[in-house]
Ligand binder design. Sequence first.
Ligand code: FES
Ligand code: FES
Length: 161
Amino acid sequence: MTAPAHDISLVVNGEHVRERVDARTTLVDFLRDTLELTGSHVGCEHGVCGACTVRVNGTVVRGCLMLAVQCDGMRVETIEGVADTGEIADLEQAFIARNALQCGFCTPGMLLCAHAMLRDADAPMTRDEIREKLHGNLCRCTGYTDIVDAIEDAQAQGITR
Ligand code: FES
Ligand code: FES
């Protein structure tokens, strides 16, 4: 049976978008397949790995757990958008300096998660707190140490944007 289609209107990376979507289309599939924003990755499709992390109205969410229709009227930012604005440029440099990526599959989600934790922290985070906040973003390559190092460096440099 074909799912009903819905017209949605939203702002993606600062641009107004109007599309007709299947009611069951996830946000990450909509971003990747319809808008060709393939920086958000799809791993588990069950909300476990964090590869699909994007921002909706400023909050970091799992793109595989939201439906595109739920984002009608909302503001969505992907890794492409925050990279283009330079919002995460310093954080990207911290990741590069610490070799905090290997295959890169987890990296867009890691960067968005790290950016949000730096932005939202009321006080300097310990390494354990950084690791705890990363618990929803899985990396199969790095062992996490270099990622935590990079976030710690960014924090020490006052990188919150
Ligand atoms: S693909 Fe969304 S959490 Fe894994
Ligand atoms: S760098 Fe490969 S999954 Fe994280």
